[in-house]
Design a protein around this ligand. Structure first.
Ligand code: AP5
Length: 233
């Protein structure tokens, strides 16, 4: 069984994990399979930087250094996105919340909309492997599909599997030095949220060092269980 996304209780999933854990990869797969909307604060911030909005200009320096952007900027940008109608049927929060203040603000945002967190999913990985994962990452410039030099090349060289685009790009913050700063920020500010959600009985831990398909299957099984719990509630 899959989640009924027309259900009056819209699903809210959180993906927690350090840079390279596979949050974006898995969120995109969940979006395609289950009709949930991926809300990536990283993507929203990169969009703001590219559009040269005031928020984007204020965020850029911290992002280039691999540090966290201020809670105020991130919350404004996330709230605007959450107010858009396509999020009504369910969302996967990818890279948010990242601090305890963001987690508390999210509780308030959801409560005001009559929603709650269904599961906070922690992707468990080894830090050292993340440096290689992130440094080898590239994406389709047209549709954003993610690839990797070693782990996930397009089926036809130089052609995106999804949209057949032929231009690809790499992120400015995907170099080994910045990745280490991002890993430190994760352990200092975001990892404590694992206990925050565990204390509320909302945490699910998923080992995420295996193959992409294996991890996707574990997430599908979780969605199945959530769907069954909704039906029996
Ligand atoms: P953000 O864009 O969120 O980056 P991140 O958290 O560092 O995460 P990544 O996108 O690097 O990794 P991912 O887990 O999505 O991995 P992916 O699936 O791509 O944030 C960027 C910056 O924005 C932050 O540093 C901060 O400045 C700011 N920011 C964002 N949100 C914020 C917030 N809430 N508060 C404050 N600041 C914020 O996978 C990586 C690669 O590995 C890919 O090539 C993929 O193909 C490959 N791969 C994935 N899974 C596997 C696997 N199982 N095996 C082998 N390869 C795999």
């Amino acid at each position: 069984m899959s989640l009924d996304t027309a259900d009056p209780h819209p699903v809210t999933l959180i993906l927690l994990g350090p840079p390279g854990a596979g949050k974006g990869t898995q969120a995109r797969m969940l979006e395609q399979k289950h009709g949930l909307v991926q809300l990536s604060t990283g993507d929203l911030l990169r969009g703001a930087v590219a559009a040269r909005t005031a928020a984007g200009l204020a965020a850029q320096e911290a992002m280039d250094r691999g540090e966290l952007v201020s809670d105020r900027i991130v919350l404004d940008i996330l709230t605007d996105r959450l107010n858009q109608p396509d999020t009504r049927h369910g969302v996967i929060l990818d890279g948010f919340p990242r601090t305890e203040a963001q987690a508390e603000a999210l509780d308030r945002l959801l409560e005001a909309r009559g929603r709650r967190i269904d599961a906070a999913i922690s992707l468990k990985v080894d830090d050292e492997a993340m440096v290689e994962r992130v440094s080898g990452r590239f994406t389709c410039a047209s549709c954003g599909e993610g690839y990797h030099d070693s782990f996930k090349q397009p089926a036809r060289f130089g052609i995106c599997d999804v949209c057949e685009g032929t231009a690809f790009k790499r992120r400015a913050d995907d170099n080994a030095e910045t990745v280490r700063t991002r890993l430190s920020a994760y352990h200092a500010e975001t990892a404590p949220l694992i206990d925050y959600y565990a204390a509320r009985g909302a945490l699910t831990e998923i080992p995420a060092m295996g193959e992409i398909g294996e991890i996707a299957a574990a997430l599908d099984a979780l969605i199945e269980r959530l769907g069954e719990a909704q039906v029996s509630a």
